[in-house]
Design a protein around this ligand. Structure first.
Ligand code: ZN
Ligand code: ZN
Length: 420
């Protein structure tokens, strides 16, 4: 047993999973590029204040889940629990508002939250997120939602459901919260402990509860859609029309209210029935005030994020395999120790020609080297002996048919040219 184990809620990505993660991340960057998004990388940690301001002091993320620490200089820092705050900070700090609008950015990074670990949920986890800054146009909302859905479709993730709602704006939402609070307070006895705590502090968060009893009471709760102002209603109507134009199917959930304080107007989630109760795979919405709140220009914006591990879980549940173990094209074997350095050199030459090459190390007999080639599922072996070096013609063996011939290095490379 090793003296050390990984920290609870963290994960080692062993080669197969690491390659899958890499594949999903790379696919996202190139897929999003078609919509005009460009990659941004921000620091892993920021001033804690940045997140408290955006996500909201009374949210679980800030109160219970954020990794906060003081550095040796006494700064209050936090590992980022989400991506939008950092992107917006970078947008303002680097004057990205000077670029043509909307400015479209994608990030692919680890996030950190001290949550209860469960299937597909980790304390250090990956997110793919997109932010489109600088336009209030409902057509942009539709484009962003379609991108989110279309990317998942491109990965062949099935059983996706899009849920949308409008969360109103700063003028109309307080009115709704008042009515909601009244409703919830009257029924407080029917709610679980967490919910009854939330009623006073952050009533919108009561909707996050997954308990059946709470959900039952909530189904009768006042709907935000009945309280949003005319402008928000109009915006939402247009979003729906544009989504129809794009042939995007959606369901309206009048109780969908996203977890962060900064959301306004359009909110959406994509759920996956196969993931069970924790079924949201992606979510996002408008955040029209955040940039101004951070001291930047008055620019509306919209964004979303995927939980990458949730996508990976969906892959596993659907038995989607993206990768098979890469097998060597050629296994270079040496007859005696004296030819090991030639084998090393020839391997390098073949790799320069873009072949996948392995060779044996340590002291081994030729027979045991060929056994190793078999274990690695190598297709062919190139045998380097004294005679071969003298003649410049090597024994090239097809490991499946066991047929062998004498070939120069150039001839070996040509063998693979057709299928490369
Ligand atoms: Zn409003
Ligand atoms: Zn509850």
């Amino acid at each position: 047993m090793s003296k050390y184990t990984r920290v609870r809620g963290t994960q080692d990505f062993l080669p197969e999973r690491a390659e899958l993660l890499h594949f999903i991340n790379e696919s996202a960057v190139s897929f999003f590029e078609n919509y005009g998004y460009r990659l941004i990388i921000t620091p892993t940690f920021e001033n804690s204040e940045l997140f408290k301001r955006s996500v909201g002091e009374s949210t679980d993320i800030i109160q219970k889940e954020m990794y906060e620490f003081k550095d040796k200089g006494g700064r209050d820092l936090a590992l980022r629990p989400e991506g939008t705050a950092s992107v917006v900070r970078a947008y303002i700090e680097n004057n990205l508002g000077e670029l043509p609008k909307p400015v479209k950015l994608i990030y692919v990074s680890q996030m950190f939250r001290y949550e209860r670990p469960q299937a597909g949920r980790y304390r250090e986890f990956w997110q793919i997120g997109a932010e489109a800054i600088g336009s209030p146009d409902p057509a942009l909302d539709a484009e962003v939602i379609e991108l989110c859905l279309n990317f998942l479709n491109s990965l062949a993730v099935k059983d996706l459901k899009l849920i949308i709602n409008s969360m109103g704006c700063r003028n109309c939402r307080p009115g709704y919260i008042k009515v909601l609070k009244k409703f919830l307070s009257e029924k407080e006895a029917l709610f679980c402990k967490t919910c009854s705590q939330r009623i006073e502090q952050n009533p919108l968060r009561v909707f996050d509860c997954k308990q059946k009893e709470c959900q039952k009471v909530l189904s009768e709760a006042p709907k935000i859609s009945d309280y949003i102002c005319e402008e928000d209603k109009e915006h939402f109507e247009e979003v729906k029309i544009y989504l129809k134009t794009l042939n995007v199917e959606f369901v309206i959930d009048p109780h969908l209210v996203r977890g962060f304080d900064y959301y306004t107007r359009t909110a959406f989630e994509i759920t996956l029935s196969s993931l069970g109760s924790q079924d949201a795979i992606a979510g996002g919405g408008r955040y029209d005030y955040l940039i101004k709140d951070y001291g930047g220009p008055d620019e509306p914006a919209i964004g979303f994020a995927f939980g990458t591990e949730r996508i990976m879980l969906a892959f596993e549940n659907q038995n989607i395999t993206v990768f098979t173990e890469p097998e060597p094209d050629v296994f270079v074997a040496w007859v005696e120790e004296a030819q090991k350095s030639d084998a090393l050199r020839i391997s390098a030459m073949l790799r320069e020609k873009h072949l996948r090459v392995s060779m044996a190390f340590d002291s081994r007999k030729l027979k045991s080297q060929l056994k190793l080639a078999d274990k690695l599922n190598a297709n062919t072996a190139l045998i380097v002996g004294e005679e071969e070096i003298k003649s410049g013609k090597y024994t090239f063996k097809d490991l499946e048919s066991a047929k062998q011939e004498k070939l120069t290095i150039e001839e070996v490379v040509n063998k693979f040219k057709d299928n490369k």
